[in-house]
Design a protein around this ligand. Structure first.
Ligand code: HEM
Length: 147
């Protein structure tokens, strides 16, 4: 009898625990991503590789000819850290402001994202964490392309 009751309770109980766990991890999604990116040091390595990839990418490198690269590096570190739930505040300009008047194309945007994905891969960032950060960057498309 006790076993019967226990059996009947187990499935709903497990389901409830799973749901609770899922909610808990939803709430912690951001800091999970920050950790999976390798925290500050990991993000610094990703940004460094991203900038090297851009420098070697003839499709877009010309767009960065007049940029203050050390500022860009600092701002990208802050931005990725904050977006991934890390203990940082992004102090740079808005995406609309900093890309205004440049008329960047969708193809250029895609090239930059491709360079970022290569940087993720070079740093063994888990796919789920890559997707989480890319998911935060994707809506910026509208503020960056054709402005
Ligand atoms: C997901 C896409 C992108 C993100 C997250 C991003 C992020 C940023 C950030 C954080 C800054 C620094 C803003 C500041 O200095 O306050 C910046 C500046 C800049 N971005 Fe982007 N960007 C993206 C796409 C692009 C693309 C597609 C291009 C060109 C091909 C581009 C070219 C530049 C340049 C040249 C600057 C420097 C502006 C300056 O120093 O005056 N960005 N971007």
């Amino acid at each position: 009898m006790t076993t019967m009751i226990w059996r009947r309770l187990t499935a709903p109980l497990l389901l409830a625990i799973c749901t609770l766990t899922a909610h808990a991890s939803d709430d912690e999604t951001s800091s999970w991503t920050y950790n999976a990116l390798g925290e500050k040091a990991g993000i610094a390595a990703i940004v460094e590789d991203l900038l090297v990839n851009i420098a070697n990418d003839e499709r877009i490198v010309v767009r960065f000819a007049d940029a203050d690269i050390s500022r860009l590096q600092r701002m990208l570190n802050e931005q990725f850290c904050m977006l991934s739930g890390g203990p940082c505040v992004y102090t740079g300009d808005s995406m609309r402001e900093s890309h205004r008047g440049k008329n960047y194309t969708q193809a250029e945007f895609n090239s930059l994202v491709e360079n970022l994905i290569h940087a993720f891969e070079a740093n063994d960032v888990p796919l789920a964490a890559q997707n989480r950060l890319l998911g935060k960057l994707a809506p910026m498309n509208a503020d960056i392309v054709a402005q």
